[in-house]
Ligand binder design. Structure first.
Ligand code: AMP
Length: 304
């Protein structure tokens, strides 16, 4: 038994260029990355929109993982497309294009069966849409929220409303600083907690993640990797592992939150090993277990 998760977010075709190559119209978007990771740990239903040009057969691996795609709308028009090019250091990137397509008029409709799901992940989409989703939920789900710099710049008032209604906020270091005007990541996490969520996770890319929760602080490294092929979606993958872990354990206490950070980090470490969702969709349960043990070994030490 595990709690069932609902995710609402972007469902995209990505064109990505890194030092290791380039892919065109590859599976992407915050909700697909999240679902591919979370479905390893708990049942996931997805709500999003694609255009009539979307190759639906590419979703078969997600279906095989048990992801419920009944809430994926196929709308007249073109699928949301995003293009990005990574800098040599694999950290910085430039957005080359964002074509909203069917996303422009997207109004998420949560299927009746999904409105009572006990765990809701608001993946990165317009805060106005995140609010619409919150208003459609029945019961009182655990609300976990992600966002991006675009919305901090253009929709801050709505974003603050979403954050106020969230139990857990997951942001990256830049977003945490931008949202709070605070340079110290700990200071920023505290300021974000004051906006509503009892728990805040700050992702620091290859430097790991910092968790500030009711039980105090926890920090996990990212797994050191020799070859990072494509960092796209690592944050959404982390969130999938994190939320999936909480849903699987049906607990949100301190130890469960710590394990969630490590499961998120482990799944993210797979995601970046190949373009798009390619590596993530191929991960076996044995590989995930082995990587979780790598994390334990990496951080284990004695004082004497
Ligand atoms: P990340 O690497 O965590 O920033 O996530 C990358 C994913 O976000 C890509 O797969 C994109 O399709 C998606 N994305 C890019 N721009 C947006 C946007 N404005 N709204 C929602 N999703 C986006």
């Amino acid at each position: 038994m595990a709690h069932e998760i609902l995710v609402v977010g972007s469902t995209a075709l990505d064109t990505v260029e890194t030092a290791h190559g380039r892919v065109t119209d590859a599976l992407g978007g915050s909700a697909f990355f999240f679902a591919a990771a979370a479905a390893r740990l708990a049942p996931v239903a997805l709500v999003g929109v694609v255009g009539e040009d979307f190759p639906l057969e590419r979703l078969d691996p997600l279906r095989s993982l048990g992801v419920d795609l009944d809430g994926l709308e196929v709308a007249p028009g073109r699928t949301f497309r995003w293009g990005g090019r990574y800098h040599e250091d694999m950290m910085g990137r430039d957005t080359l294009f964002t074509e909203l397509g069917v996303f422009e008029s997207f109004a998420p409709r949560i299927p009746a069966a999904a409105r009572r799901r006990p765990v809701l992940f608001l993946a990165n989409i317009q805060p106005r849409l995140q609010l619409d989703v919150l208003d459609q939920m029945e019961g009182s789900p655990l609300v976990v929220t992600d966002t991006m710099n675009l919305w901090i710049d253009t929709a801050l008032a709505d974003l603050r409303r979403v954050i106020a209604r969230s139990h857990i906020l997951i942001v990256n270091d830049e977003e945490a600083r931008q949202l709070t005007g605070t340079r110290s990541l700990l200071g920023a996490a505290r300021a974000l907690q004051a906006m509503g969520p009892a728990t805040v996770v700050v992702k620091k890319g290859e430097h790991g993640a910092l968790l500030a929760g009711p039980d105090g602080l926890f920090a996990a490294p990212a797994l050191p990797l020799e070859r990072v092929v494509d960092p796209t979606g690592a944050g959404d993958t982390f969130a999938g592992g994190f939320v999936g872990s909480l849903a699987r354990e049906m607990r949100v206490d301190g130890p469960a939150l710590r394990r969630a950070v490590v499961r998120g980090s482990a799944l993210a470490s797979f995601s970046v090993e190949a373009f798009s969702l390619d590596r993530l969709l191929a991960v076996t349960p044995a590989e995930l277990d082995a990587r979780l043990r790598d994390f334990v070994a990496l951080t284990d030490f004695t004082l004497d």
